[in-house]
Design a binder for this molecule. Structure first.
Ligand SMILES: *Cc1c(COP(=O)(O)O)cnc(C)c1O
Length: 460
C-alpha cells in the first residue's frame, strides 16, 4: 500500500488514542520499586499518597495494566493541541543528500512549547478530582512549570513553582509566562524552605539544580494542607501519560505502512523518549518486531553513558524516595549547559532497566555540535528547535549521514520535543562562538558517585 507520504501526517479526532500504554506490563524484568530511604523497603501506597495524588500513585505502582483509559476530560484538553503532527523531513533529507527517510513527531505546537503539557494536564486533572487546592513543583529550563501553569489555570488549581535559579535569571520570559497563567514562581534554592536554606548555607552562590528544586517543592507540598507535589519527568506515571506521543506516531505511521528502523529521542529524565518509544518497545518486548532505539544525552550530564545503575535519591536534599536508575549521584551539579531540561542527574527507572537489559542504546553529544544541528534544522525545516530536542536532531542527522555512506534507506523517527524561542541566549552564545563543551572528568563524576547511598545490595 505504498502511497505518496504527505509532508505532515495528521490523525482524525476519531483515530486519536483513547488509552495510554504502560510499557511495564510487557517487561519481563520490571523496573525496581521505589524504596523508602529510612527503611529501605518498597514505598507503599500510603507513604506515596502523602506526596502525590492518589490516582497518580496507583498509576505509579501499576506494573500490570497495559492500557489505562485516558479520562474524557483529558482527551478533550488534548484535542486543543493534539494530534501533534508527524512530519516527513523532506527538506532535511534533501539538505543531507541522504537515502534515509526521516520523520519527526513535533510536540512544540502548544503555548508551553513542549511535550510536557501531555502529563501536566493529566496530573492537574487527578489533583482536581481529589479535591485538592493546588500543586507544587520544580522546573529547570521552565518548560514543565509553564505546562503545569497552563493546566492548572485551565482547571482552576493553585500552582507553586520552584525554578532552578540559573534559569530563573536566564529566562525571565518563561517566568512571566508562568505568572501569566497564574502560577507563583520562586528561584531555587530559596530561603522559603528548610532544605533551601540548608543548601544555600552549604553552597553559597549555587546556581541551583533540578534535584534541589525538587526537594523544596516536596517540602512545601507535604507541609501545606490540600497540596500535593507533581513531577514533570522521571516517574512511571509521566512516561505513561507521554505514551500518547508514541501511540499517535504509530497510528500515523501504520496508516501509511511505514515502519521505523531507528527511533531517537533526547533523554533528560526520560519522559519524552519513554513516551515516543512506548508502543514500539512494547512490540520489541513481546518479540513481535525489532527496532534500534537511541537515547541522546548531553556529554555534560551523561547519566546513561557514564552513570552508575544503582539506587539513588532523586533530589539533592535526599528527602525523596530512592529510585534504581542510571545516576551521576544526587549531589552532581552539571556545568551550566544550555539544555536545562537535560540537566537531571538520574533517569527514569523504566528506561534504566530497559537500557540495562539491552533493549536500547545511549549516546552522549556535545553542546556545540547540538547547536550546529539545531541551526541546520531551523534553516531547512523552519522550526526553531529547543536545545534539548536538538540532541535528538544531532543523532538523527548522524544516523542519516551514515546511511549516506552505506547507501542504506533506513527510516528514522525522532522526537522533536519543543521549540527554542526562550533559549535565544544560548543561540546567541553559539553564534558568538562563546559556547564551550564541558565534559566532566572521571574525578568530577566520582564526587557525585561518592554521594550515592551505600547499603547491602547497592554496591556500585
Ligand atoms: C523537559 C524537556 C526535555 C527532557 O525531558 P524528558 O523527561 O527527558 O523528556 C526534552 N525536551 C524538551 C523541550 C523539554 O522541555
Amino acid at each position: 500500500m505504498k502511497q505518496e507520504i504527505p509532508y505532515k501526517i495528521y490523525l482524525e479526532e476519531s483515530e486519536m488514542p483513547v488509552s495510554w500504554y504502560n510499557m511495564r506490563a510487557d517487561m519481563k524484568t520490571k523496573p525496581a520499586p521505589l524504596l523508602n530511604p529510612g527503611t529501605l523497603k518498597p514505598m507503599t501506597f500510603e507513604e506515596l499518597s502523602g506526596v502525590f495524588c492518589d490516582e497518580l500513585v496507583a498509576q505509579e505502582l501499576d506494573e500490570d495494566t497495559a492500557f489505562i483509559e485516558i479520562p474524557q476530560e483529558i482527551r478533550n484538553f488534548y484535542k486543543m493541541y493534539r494530534p501533534s503532527p508527524l512530519v516527513r523531513a523532506y527538506c532535511l533529507e534533501e539538505k543531507l543528500q541522504t537515502p534515509a527517510k526521516i520523520y519527526y513527531k513535533f510536540e512544540g505546537n502548544n503555548t508551553s512549547g513542549s511535550h510536557k503539557l501531555n502529563s501536566a494536564i493529566a496530573q492537574a486533572y487527578y489533583a482536581k478530582k481529589q479535591g485538592l487546592k493546588g500543586v507544587t513543583t520544580e522546573t529547570g529550563a521552565g518548560q514543565w512549570g509553564t505546562a503545569l501553569s497552563m493546566a492548572c489555570a485551565y482547571l482552576g488549581l493553585d500552582c507553586k513553582v520552584y525554578m532552578v535559579k540559573v534559569s530563573y535569571e536566564q529566562k525571565p520570559f518563561r517566568r512571566e509566562v508562568m505568572r501569566t497563567y497564574g502560577a507563583s514562581v520562586t528561584p531555587s534554592p530559596s530561603e522559603t524552605t528548610n532544605v533551601g536554606r540548608k543548601i544555600l548555607a552549604e553552597h553559597p552562590g549555587t546556581t541551583g539544580s533540578l534535584g534541589c528544586a525538587i526537594s523544596e517543592a516536596v517540602e512545601v507540598a507535604t507541609t501545606n494542607e490540600g497540596y500535593r507535589y507533581v513531577l514533570g519527568s522521571v516517574l512511571n506515571q509521566v512516561l505513561l501519560h507521554q505514551s500518547v506521543i508514541g501511540l499517535e506516531s504509530k497510528i500515523a505511521m501504520d496508516k501509511y505502512g511505514i515502519t521505523p528502523d531507528i527511533i531517537i529521542g533526547c533523554a533528560g529524565g526520560g519522559s519524552n523518549l519513554g513516551g515516543l518509544i512506548a508502543p514500539f518497545m512494547g512490540e520489541k518486548l513481546r518479540g513481535e518486531k525489532d527496532y534500534r532505539i537511541i537515547a541522546v544525552e548531553p556529554a555534560s550530564c551523561p547519566s546513561f553513558t557514564r552513570g552508575k545503575f544503582a539506587y539513588d535519591f532523586c533530589d539533592t536534599g535526599m528527602i525523596c524516595p530512592l529510585a534504581k536508575m542510571y545516576t551521576l549521584g544526587s549531589g552532581f551539579i552539571p556545568s551550566p549547559n544550555h539544555a536545562g531540561g537535560l540537566r537531571f542527574h538520574g533517569m527514569s527507572t523504566v528506561l534504566s532497566q530497559l537500557y540495562h537489559d539491552g533493549f536500547m542504546e545511549a549516546k552522549a553529544v556535545e553542546q556545540t555540535s547540538v547547536f550546529e544541528a539545531a541551526e541546520m534544522f531551523a534553516r531547512v525545516e523552519g522550526i526553531l528547535p529547543a536545545p534539548e530536542s536538538s540532541h535528538a536532531i544531532r543523532a538523527a542527522i548522524d544516523e542519516a549521514l551514515k546511511c549516506k555512506e552505506t547507501g542504506e534507506e533506513k527510516t528514522i523517527l525522532f522526537g522533536l520535543t519543543g521549540t527554542g524561542y526562550f533559549d535565544m541566549v544560548a543561540y546567541e552564545k553559539f553564534h558568538n562562538g562563546e559556547m564551550n563543551d564541558h565534559i566532566p572528568t572521571d574525578a568530577e563524576l566520582q564526587v557525585g558517585f561518592d554521594g550515592i547511598p551505600k547499603f547491602p545490595g547497592n554496591e556500585i
